[in-house]
Design a protein around this ligand. Structure first.
Ligand SMILES: [Zn+2]
Length: 221
């Protein structure tokens, strides 16, 4: 058995489940995690003046889905080129489809990382996710995003600068619903794949950010 490599984390959950907040807390806690986020990989690619870059930009502007293998290509490239031996992978927004989960497993297996990869589902209901995405607020003064979760729901003014809080819905309800549909149609299959192998760690996401994080730490100990 080779020397044990750092732990890796795969965060799965609906839009609005709070994956991003948990990723930040995990990074702080472990110190050696490299956060890879699907959204920024796609945004970076869309800036590139390649045939693929231009195609992805078009898909992002006009809607629609990029072809099946592109997320796998981007992720495997990131892992292959950027993850050092003493660093852990913190995967946010990937894998989302069954074929992506299988591809990631093959990669992790080759790197002797599969055993120490934690697959964490931050579980929130569809209604909760919808509410969070449509009711979250932003500070008019400093731009801080106030999630629609736990005690933040009671804030009357910004807790950093006392600025006025306004609701800012970036996405139309239809766009939010189509993201939530995607989860139902695709991501659920990927979740089942991990569940069938007994590898899924399911965390109740409908509690405060701190309590979700506490539950994650408890589950991986
Ligand atoms: Zn503020």
């Amino acid at each position: 058995m080779s020397q044990k490599k750092p732990s890796n984390f795969v965060l799965i959950g609906r839009s609005g489940s709070g994956k991003g907040s948990q990723a930040e807390l995990l990074k702080k806690h472990f110190g050696n995690l490299v956060h890879i986020n699907s959204g920024s990989l796609f945004r970076d690619l869309a800036e590139i003046d390649s045939d693929m870059g231009k195609r992805i930009r078009k898909v992002m502007e006009e809607g629609g889905l990029p072809f099946d293998d592109i997320a796998i290509t981007l992720w495997m490239y990131e892992i292959a080129y950027k993850i050092k031996e003493d660093q852990g992978i913190l995967a946010d927004g990937f894998p989302r489809r069954l074929n992506e989960s299988e591809a990631l497993d093959r990669f992790l297996g080759f790197l002797d990382r599969k055993e120490n990869t934690f697959i964490i589902l931050i579980d929130v209901s569809r209604q909760e996710a919808f509410d969070r995405l449509t009711k979250r607020r932003i500070c008019k003064e400093c731009g801080q995003l106030i999630p629609w979760v736990g005690e933040f729901k009671n804030l009357k003014v910004c807790d950093k600068c006392s600025g006025e809080l306004i609701t800012r819905v970036d996405d139309k309800p239809e766009a939010i619903n189509s993201r939530l549909d995607y989860y139902e149609n695709r991501v659920v299959k990927s979740i089942k794949y991990y569940q069938d192998q007994g590898r899924l760690i399911k965390i109740n996401g409908e509690q405060s950010i701190e309590d979700v994080f506490k539950d994650i730490l408890k589950a991986i100990e």
